[in-house]
Design a protein around this ligand. Structure first.
Ligand SMILES: [Zn+2]
Length: 192
């Protein structure tokens, strides 16, 4: 069965048991937002105990505080009333396994999926690639505690983010499922 068929079958089962969820309000009921990585092993609804309608979850590669993530967070508080935010990066993140230069080189060579070996990603596909990769900041990570702290600091320093919103910094451990606080990040994210 194709992925498309699997997804549509799963959705049909979900919708058949939708219950009262059709009457949920648009603003998140529990008033908070989580910025986290797109990694397939992370399920914010489960690791943070969310039901439909509870919270905003903003995801991208690394869970980084990119301009677009901040755009979503600003909408989250300004129009939809969130009052507390989390930045959650995680152990064994794919964003630790390459640099801008590596990604740009891989894309310049080929648009096939690269492979990950002991020395990092390498190309196995045929060209052509594209030079467009050099115009993107890939927001890679070299140290999770530092990336969480950097992102909390960037969010807190943003002129469109009010000082009253606390931003908590955590690293999710993919080996245990636990959220581990990054105290330096949470301190930097304290409401003032
Ligand atoms: Zn990740």
């Amino acid at each position: 069965m194709s992925v498309l068929k699997e997804v549509l079958a799963a959705n049909a089962a979900y919708a058949a048991d939708f219950g009262e969820k059709g009457t949920l309000a648009l603003p998140p009921a529990r008033g908070f937002a989580i910025l986290t990585c797109m990694d397939a092993r992370l399920d914010p609804a489960r690791y943070a105990g969310l039901a439909e309608g509870d919270a905003h979850v903003i995801r991208n590669a690394g869970g980084r505080a990119s301009d677009d993530a901040i755009r979503s967070l600003v909408i989250s508080y300004k129009l939809l009333g969130t009052r507390e935010w989390f930045v959650v990066h995680h152990t064994n993140c794919g964003m630790e396994f390459f640099t801008d230069d590596v990604m740009r080189g891989l894309l310049a060579t080929s648009l096939e999926t690269a492979e990950l070996g002991p020395d990092g990603f390498y190309d196995v596909g045929a060209g052509p690639g594209s030079a467009e990769g050099q115009y993107i900041d890939w927001l890679t990570i070299s140290d999770q505690a530092r990336s969480v702290t950097d992102d909390v600091r960037r969010i807190k320093a943003h002129p469109l983010v009010p000082a009253r919103i606390p931003v908590y910094g955590y690293v999710y451990d993919v080996a245990t499922g636990r959220l581990v606080e990054v105290p330096e990040a949470t301190a930097a994210g304290a409401a003032t």
